[in-house]
Design a binder for this molecule. Structure first.
Ligand SMILES: Cc1cc2nc3c(=O)[nH]c(=O)nc-3n(C[C@H](O)[C@H](O)[C@H](O)COP(=O)(O)OP(=O)(O)OC[C@H]3O[C@@H](n4cnc5c(N)ncnc54)[C@H](O)[C@@H]3O)c2cc1C
Length: 445
């Protein structure tokens, strides 16, 4: 059987391991961290994640969808909290019943590692740091206890996240395009504990506090807590949240209702303990190198988290790769070329959409024109479910390639613009005709 070396046992590395385990390949996964199943506290990014249809489809491919979805909390739409802390409005995600699922990152990762490990042909090597990849020799070099080990395989997958060592070692590869952008915003995670052993806020909604330049979100967890994330420019963290009284003042002014639920002591303790984390967006092209090396997940396309698609897109990578390898009867060099051709443009499109969605989350949701467009999209979608699918629904509730999603949205916008212009001209013409007839009639009288 062919062999695959996987760099990174995060979400995408672990799912890739499950896919190749199913195919009967020899799988070796090299992970920098200790085994997270044995760790008390796992440092790192967001505690919970929104799973949508692309991610679900990929989990279904390894038989995990039902189990993971059951472990999560369904979210049916956004619940937008106004500044007064008392009023809010709802924006459904799609048609009744359509939802995303809030799931626990650590649990998901653990379940996938355990599933992959059940296959005798899969081995995980924890506390092994990937150093580099050699495309020509089809080799991966890892370091453990200061000793370098080099392994060879038919396929090498870089799934080692946004700061990928595999990608870094490919920087000098001919015609490799790479672009990285840090946005001016950072984020801090907080918590809302249960109230009387129950959820302190409505659990089945994505809570949103849009405040123009900054925003805050909260997603429910199964243990009745909420993970709250505040996103703000680093400048705002530094200038307006630099000491205890400023932090409390900032939260009182902007997120009064949430502050009461989080508690002042928790907010201050968190800001003393953690610093705002940065958010990076990474585009590269191609995703494959030579006959055997491929980047997937954040290593290939880190994106800002505002569309909740980073993991979903990474999971879809695993599914697409598996399908393409099957279609090409294990001809890996050909499969990798085909994968790169289709997936690069999709990755670039969702990276751009994720940037755009931040405008929506921090500000646009408050605009009347935005709310009207959302309503119009949902009405048209109900009448023409196959033809008119709103942007958010195409990204979240379908597997339409991201590049096609962007094309579809363009024709929808063009059509609405033309209808708008025609209606305007029609009203203008009708108004002029009526005016002319009235004037004429008065002159005749
Ligand atoms: C605040 C926030 C919220 C988010 N919310 C969502 C969401 O709701 N929905 C969604 O779909 N996405 C979300 N994302 C994005 C999501 O977290 C990522 O897209 C996802 O984690 C990518 O998985 P990955 O396996 O590619 O990378 P990672 O999760 O980063 O895993 C990489 C793994 O590689 C290991 N590694 C790194 N370097 C090495 C090395 N040199 N050698 C060996 N191992 C190494 C790491 O230890 C890690 O285990 C969010 C991101 C952030 C920051």
């Amino acid at each position: 059987m062919p062999k695959v070396l996987i760099a990174g046992a995060g979400l995408v590395g672990a799912l890739n391991a499950c896919y190749f385990a199913q195919k009967g390949w020899d799988v070796e996964v090299y992970e920098f961290r200790p085994d997270i199943r044995k760790m008390e506290h796992v440092p790192g990014r967001s505690i919970n994640l929104a799973l949508s249809d692309r991610g679900k489809a990929a989990l279904e491919g390894v038989g995990l969808k039902e189990y993971i979805v059951q472990q999560g909390v369904p979210l049916y739409g956004r619940l937008v909290h106004d500044k007064d802390g008392k009023t809010f409005h709802r924006i459904p995600y799609g048609q009744p019943g359509q939802h995303i699922v809030s799931i626990n990152r650590r649990h998901l990762n653990e379940v996938m590692i355990t599933l992959a490990e059940k296959s005798p042909n899969v081995r995980f090597f924890f506390e092994h740091k990937v150093k580099s990849v050699n495309v020509e020799k089809q080799e991966l070099t890892v370091i453990c206890d200061g000793i370098e080990l080099t392994q060879k395989a038919e396929l090498i997958l870089g799934c080692d996240g946004a700061y990928s060592a595999v990608r870094r070692s490919l920087a000098a590869y001919p015609r490799f395009d790479f672009a990285q952008e840090y946005i001016e915003h950072g984020y801090v995670e907080l918590n809302i504990l249960p109230k009387n052993k129950d959820f302190a806020l409505e659990p089945n909604a994505f809570h949103l506090w849009p405040r123009g330049d900054y925003t805050m979100i909260a997603l429910a967890n199964r243990d009745h807590t909420f993970t709250v994330t505040i996103f703000a420019p680093f400048r705002v963290f530094e200038e307006q949240m630099s000491n205890d009284s400023d932090i409390i003042k900032f939260f009182e002014e902007n997120f009064h209702d949430a502050l009461e639920l989080m508690g002042r002591a928790h907010v201050l303790e968190t800001f003393h303990r953690v610093r705002p984390q940065s958010l990076v967006s990474i585009k590269c092209k191609p995703h494959h190198f030579g006959k055997s090396v491929l980047l997937t997940g954040d290593a290939a396309h880190a994106m800002v988290p505002f569309y909740g698609q980073g993991m979903n897109c990474g999971f879809e990578d695993c599914l697409v790769l598996s399908e393409i390898i099957d279609q090409h009867a294990n001809d890996i060099p050909k499969a990798l070329r085909v994968y790169s051709e289709t997936r690069v443009k999709d990755a670039h499109n969702i990276i751009d959409l994720a940037m755009y969605n931040y405008e929506e989350l921090k500000d646009l949701v408050n605009h009347t024109s935005y709310k009207l467009r959302k309503k119009l999209d949902l009405i048209l979608n109900r009448w023409l479910p196959e033809t008119w699918i709103p942007l958010y629904s195409m990204v979240t509730f379908t597997r339409i390639p991201y590049s096609q999603v962007v094309q579809n949205r363009k024709w929808q916008d063009d059509l609405l613009r033309r209808v708008h212009t025609s209606l305007f001209l029609g009203f203008l013409a009708a108004g002029s005709a009526i005016g002319y007839l009235l004037v004429k009639k008065r002159n005749l009288l």
